[in-house]
Design a protein around this ligand. Structure first.
Ligand SMILES: [Zn+2]
Length: 421
């Protein structure tokens, strides 16, 4: 059981005890017949039901079936791409660049009105919340017309040439500080733009998220200056001989970012499929954050991120769905299931940690969210299914939670419902 609150704080406010057959705090072992004591939207204590009832004798008790756990965190999504569900993955003989061509073509055709794109984005956000996602990091090229308290939005900027850099830096200088901005990827964004955005993120205290080492083609570009990205940039008249990067000891996106001085605790490296052990060590040494997108990587045939290596070096990745343009389903439960399939040596407890506290750390909100622990906000999720009801112990429960896909029943505890409003 967690530490006792002071007598005065417990006595001076209304306490509710949320009780369920299973409580999964994430930061501590699974509790059978557990409870969470909540007051004023904050968690006071987490522990066995009998102990908490003795501690909080005047508490209102609310009983739930199944499991109580912290809300999930989707650390990488592009809500504005939610309508683009018809883009096929690269066929045999095609590359990652062919998928980007298809996406750009569909976006530039502009068949869908901005209002329709916004409507579908809003629907997707509602679906995310309804399926247990309590926080999202949303990356977009267009400022959303509405904001939601569960969404952290980053405006994504990019420009592959010196000329584009001038324009982007001018736009950045005019951008109000209320808009958090970030960069797309090293292959699409000059070092000057990435550095300016990183410095701005440092000044404003927000996350600097970047697509990193998603495809092997990116490493080829950095190392040799050739491959599909060169052709892609040349056909857009955007090749200005920035690659290969001559100062790299070995070609790698993280090494490139290190060379630019961008590795830091507020850097969120999304994908990290093609990273060496030395690069994983670099990420860990700088306390960088990593976001895995296993469903998107599978869809695009990008490869499988070295998750075991990351864990061995002390990194706890977050998990993201990426967008509807590169994933068949935007479902964090499915992402956990894919991690199970791809990494049989990684425990269910660690996979659930990635989908909760790993995500909260990645987006800089772990002081409030990601675990059920005293002092945290009571973002409590209640899930249930016939399979979960059959669990004999905490280990089985975690295996079912993370390895079986979305539970049949998902609901938010009433006290925290406004988080998704
Ligand atoms: Zn993405």
């Amino acid at each position: 059981m967690s530490s006792l609150p002071s007598i005065t704080s417990a006595a001076s406010s209304i306490v509710t005890l949320y009780r369920a057959p299973w409580v999964v705090p994430v930061c501590s072992p699974v509790i059978k017949d557990g409870a969470v004591a909540v007051s004023n939207g904050r968690i006071l204590a987490v522990g066995r039901n009998c102990l908490l009832q003795a501690q909080f004798v005047n508490a209102e008790i609310k009983n739930y079936q199944g499991v109580l756990l912290p809300g999930l965190v989707n650390a990488h999504i592009h809500l504005e791409l939610s309508a683009f569900t018809d883009i096929a993955p690269p066929a045999s003989g095609q590359s990652f660049c062919d998928w980007i061509r298809s996406l750009l073509q569909v976006r530039q055709q502009g068949h869908l009105e901005p209002a329709e794109l916004a409507r579908v984005a809003g629907e997707t956000l509602q679906q995310q919340h309804a399926t247990g996602v309590g926080l999202l990091l949303d990356i977009g090229n267009v400022l959303p017309s509405t904001s939601a308290s569960l969404v952290t939005f980053l405006l994504e900027l990019l420009g592959p040439t010196g000329k584009a850099e001038e324009q982007v830096l001018a736009r950045l200088a005019a951008l109000p500080d209320t808009v958090a901005a970030t960069a797309h990827a090293p292959y699409s964004t000059t070092a000057g733009i990435m550095t300016a955005l990183k410095h701005r993120a440092d000044r404003l205290g927000h996350v600097f998220s970047l697509h990193v080492a998603e495809s092997a083609d990116e490493i080829e570009l950095l190392g040799s200056g050739h491959g599909c990205f060169r052709a892609f940039l040349e056909e857009r008249d955007a090749w200005d001989h920035r690659f290969p990067v001559p100062t790299l000891e070995s070609p790698g996106t993280v090494e490139y970012l290190d060379h630019l001085g961008l590795l830091a605790a507020n850097l969120l490296c999304v994908h990290c499929v093609h990273v060496s052990e030395k690069e994983v060590q670099l990420l860990a040494a700088h306390n960088c954050k990593v976001c895995l997108c296993p469903g998107s990587n599978r869809f695009l045939g990008s490869g499988i991120a070295p998750v075991e290596l990351m864990l061995r070096h002390g990194l706890l990745p977050a998990i993201g769905t990426d967008s509807a343009a590169s994933n068949v389903e935007l479902d964090l439960w499915r992402e956990m299931q894919i991690l199970h399939e791809d990494h049989s040596q990684v425990s269910a407890a660690l996979i659930l940690s990635m989908a909760t506290i790993g995500g909260a750390q990645a987006i800089g909100r772990d002081h409030d969210f990601g675990t059920l622990a005293p002092g945290r906000k009571a973002m409590l999720l209640n899930v249930d299914s016939p399979a979960l009801q059959e669990a004999q112990d905490g280990g089985q429960l975690l295996d079912i939670l993370t390895g079986s896909g979305r539970p049949e029943s998902i609901g938010w505890i009433e006290e925290t419902a406004e988080i998704g409003s």
